[in-house]
Design a protein around this ligand. Sequence first.
Ligand code: ATP
Ligand code: MG
Length: 445
Amino acid sequence: MAEQTQPHSLPSDQYRKREFAVKVVRGLRDAGHQALWAGGCVRDLLIGLTPSDYDVATDAPPERVMQLFRRTVPVGVSFGVVKVIGPRGAGEVEVATFRSDGAYIDGRRPETVVFSSPEQDASRRDFTINGMFFDPISEDVIDFVGGRHDLETGLLRAIGDPASRFAEDKLRLVRAVRFAARFGLRIEPETEKALVAMASEVTVVAAERIAQELRRMLVHPSRSAAMRLMMEFGLATVIVPELLSLVGVPSQVASRPDHDCWEQTLAVLDALPHDPSVGLALAALFHDIGRGTDGSSAVEALDRASDRLKLANVERETASWLVAHHGILNSPRSMPVARLKRLLAEPGIHELLALHRAVAEAADLPVDHVEYCEHYVKEKPDGPIRPEPFVNGNDLKRLGLTPGPSFKQWLDRAYDAQLEGRVTNQDEAIAWLCRQLEPEKPASS
Ligand code: ATP
Ligand code: MG
């Protein structure tokens, strides 16, 4: 059978996903309906990428889809979208009824949808490369919008009149950048003209939707190309205006005298690991803001952007911690050992080291500081990085200290002495404390 020609080269979960997506199409066809793969998965297959998920478009209305398959979730019945859940490892397939969108409210979402034909369903999609169908049984591509030709010639083109399509849903302005960057496409001139003219209007779109596109740009290896386009088209000006302060400021990177801080930030984005978390990518994007002032403004800028974009707590906290600590491990050999160990024991240390590595690599500087820390974390050359403390609060009380502000300081000092190897067991730690406490005791007890 035709669909079995490719799958054997796929890892098993991807094979199962594909098989299940074929099965859903067969199920609909056997019940007398039209059914095709649609959108992003068709584009990915034509490029030779393995689709991350499969969408099916059909003439069956949502109620019918829910009757035909055992495990379904109505994700947007008014839009005709039903999720069909596959067996373990096969993921889920979104089945959507062919539709045309009615008038749009406020450049954000259609007021009504009308179930329609494949051709009309193609024309409501955003870009030609995203507007194709594929018949997985016959292996035919069904292309009403010229997507295949645009993909072959490397063009991102809005379906229909670009200005009206962007006006309908202004999130498409950001999506244009994401897809152009991700697939290395040029933007077709009329599409680009409309994009530049309308960029500032993207603010009508819900922050959550914009943030979701931004995340997808930042975690993808094409992140620097995406951010470059965001800046070039004026989208950064309204979505992340904080970044504008990097433009035109000399980077002072010796190997790149031509780079301003923005270009250097883009180079850091490129030097990140292949698959960074959103927090790490955001940290790379913001880390150099306000350099040379009081050092706190990168964190403040990130806070402002996180509020505006309604980022998740874990994203903003990760990014903020990384930005606040970037550069701190540039000379680990000359740091007090206790301070170094405390940092190396932080849960975010691997990402902090990844950021240090990216910053150094982008500036063609050595990365031995990063390797030193990585080695330390892995090999623990002088014992555990976060050992159980020899001294606790009860010990301090027994020594006559009463809980109060100085209590924690003493615990910290005792732990520092332990981390630095000045005391090597509990008895030594207590003896050390007694010596230190002698002059203090009258005041503290
Ligand atoms: P990805 O692999 O990044 O998920 P995708 O093409 O699947 O890419 P989605 O955002 O998942 O992108 O959307 C699926 C499909 O739905 C798109 O390919 C496109 O045809 C259509 N689509 C999504 N968002 C819009 C939109 N805002 N306007 C018009 N069509 C859209
Ligand atoms: Mg998708």
